[in-house]
Write a protein that binds this ligand. Structure first.
Ligand SMILES: CC(C)(COP(=O)(O)OP(=O)(O)OC[C@H]1O[C@@H](n2cnc3c(N)ncnc32)[C@H](O)[C@@H]1OP(=O)(O)O)[C@@H](O)C(=O)NCCC(=O)NCCS
Length: 196
């Protein structure tokens, strides 16, 4: 019976999209307190959001069990985060003599508060399964992050980074004209900085 209901839902686009919207509302708004997001968000089960200032653009996919542990995270449009992507770091101070690390942190119960810089993920970025993005990082428009990578430095637009620490594998498009054309077509912002 349940199988028949699932099949009916999947074969009917409007019901399927309604179910997706309800699921996103439940997981994003109700469970994680995320309010600031655009149209066509897919927000899956098991996502943890530590700070409610998370901003998400339109046409974004947030996979199962993603972890947002940083203040000031901004996610652009057409971004896809595979399952188990984590954004973390900048959360404890380790060099204060006489203060155990557990007493530092962003939780209001801690004696010493730290300040995180935030993370920016620009438009049309794909982050692979289980990647970890450290606090303070900007991932440039159109970039790809390989599965299992640890991103410790900014990623320039339209590059593919992978590994631990993540390093450039190659460019996503072979030439600059293709990058500019793509950026314009997705209504990105990067082309404005290079186009004259
Ligand atoms: C990053 C990625 C897109 C690169 O794909 P690609 O361009 O076809 O890369 P290749 O397989 O040709 O590998 C190129 C080099 O990068 C390395 N590499 C590729 N992916 C890597 C990764 N995730 N971590 C570390 N190194 C990686 C390869 O070992 C290879 O190294 P070599 O030149 O020294 O042999 C792909 O490997 C990846 O990680 N995709 C994410 C998949 C995923 O998470 N899907 C979830 C569904 S949303």
């Amino acid at each position: 019976m349940l199988g028949i209901i699932k099949h009916l839902i999947k074969s009917n686009n409007s019901i399927a999209s309604c179910v997706r919207r309800c699921r996103t509302w439940l997981y994003a708004n109700v469970r994680c307190g995320v309010r600031n997001y655009g149209d066509n968000l897919q927000f899956n089960r098991g996502v943890v959001v530590c700070f409610r200032d998370l901003k998400i653009g339109h046409d974004v996919f947030i996979g199962y069990d993603c972890y947002f542990g940083v203040q000031n995270i901004q996610i652009g449009n057409y971004v896809q985060l595979a399952p188990k992507v984590a954004i973390t770091g900048g959360d404890h101070l380790i060099e204060i003599i006489g203060t155990p690390i557990i007493k530092t942190g962003l939780d209001s119960s801690r004696e010493i508060q730290t300040t995180q810089k935030g993370v920016i993920i620009q438009d049309d970025v794909w982050v692979g399964f289980g990647a970890i993005i450290m606090d303070g990082i900007t991932i440039g428009e159109g970039s790809v992050i390989g599965a299992g990578s640890v991103v410790t430095k900014d990623v320039p637009p339209y590059t593919i980074y992978a590994g631990c620490p993540a390093k450039k594998i190659r460019d996503r498009f072979l030439n600059q004209n293709d990058r500019i054309e793509h950026s314009k077509k997705i209504n990105g912002t990067w082309h404005r900085s290079v186009d004259n």
